[in-house]
Design a binder for this molecule. Structure first.
Ligand code: FPP
Length: 233
């Protein structure tokens, strides 16, 4: 593969539609979504991608039916518990974006345990958006800086207050599920990310789909707003 992104971010969309198409409850789509995540995550790290960010639960998802959010929280807890050991073996560090203080206690415990356990790992970073919203993240950072007495805010200081402090911005954002939008995901960090959309629903996403996204990324010329030899006339 010609040019590999250092950081990919994924909006795992389409679980509900995938399940409905099979006359199954939406939660079944989420459990199949966890399987797709496991395959994609391991493949991405095995290729040498250093950071994988995923949108697991948005601030807006809280208004879904209670049974669905409870099932999602249970799946997240199970996966984080199970994956913690693997993360240790593979030297993957967990990072969380979002306000987890409003989530069920058992999920908070699983997250805190995994954060502690993996804190010193340097093999890769698995970054989960959990009760996360890009606008919330920005306001939280601004309010922290205001509370600390800042009158002017520069980008460096601001980025230190984001959930992604110390991480590079995503090079590539992948959205399966057919929708062409960011849905409040990593709004600040997405400024120069390459975007890749596919109609494939998240539970059907696999190694081949990731390869397609990476191939497309390999063809993109990233200019970050500048003039390069190629686009100079
Ligand atoms: C969007 O599909 C997906 C979600 C709201 C949940 C994504 C979460 C997982 C795949 C769980 C695994 C995550 C981790 C980190 C273990 P949707 O329900 O909005 O689908 P629809 O657009 O078809 O309705």
């Amino acid at each position: 593969m010609s040019k590999l992104p250092e950081h990919i971010a994924i909006i795992m969309d389409g679980n509900g539609r995938w399940a409905s198409a099979r006359l199954m409850p939406r939660s079944y789509g989420h459990s199949q979504g966890v399987k797709a995540l496991d395959v994609t995550l391991r493949y991405a790290f095995s290729l040498g991608i250093r950071i994988v960010s995923v949108y697991a639960f948005s601030t807006e998802n809280r208004s879904r039916p209670r049974a669905e959010t409870e099932r999602l929280f249970a799946l997240l807890r199970e996966y984080i518990d199970e994956y913690s050991d693997k993360m240790q073996t593979e030297k993957i560090k967990l990072n969380i974006m979002g306000d987890i203080s409003k989530l069920p206690a058992d999920l908070q415990t699983a997250v805190s345990k995994a954060l502690k356990l993996t804190a010193n790992n340097t093999g890769g970073i698995f970054n989960i958006g959990l009760n996360y919203g890009g606008r919330d993240e920005i306001l939280r950072a601004v309010n922290k800086l205001l509370a600390a007495g800042n009158k002017n805010i520069n980008a460096d200081e601001f980025e230190k207050e984001l959930y992604t402090a110390g991480l590079p911005d995503p090079d590539l954002i992948i959205r399966p599920g057919g929708e062409l939008r960011l849905s409040n995901f990593m709004l600040w960090q997405a400024a120069y990310s390459e975007l890749y959309f596919t109609d494939v629903l998240w539970p059907d996403f696999d190694k081949a789909e990731l390869q397609k996204a990476l191939q497309e990324y390999g063809k993109r010329e990233r200019r970050f707003g500048k003039v390069t030899e190629k686009n100079e006339k």
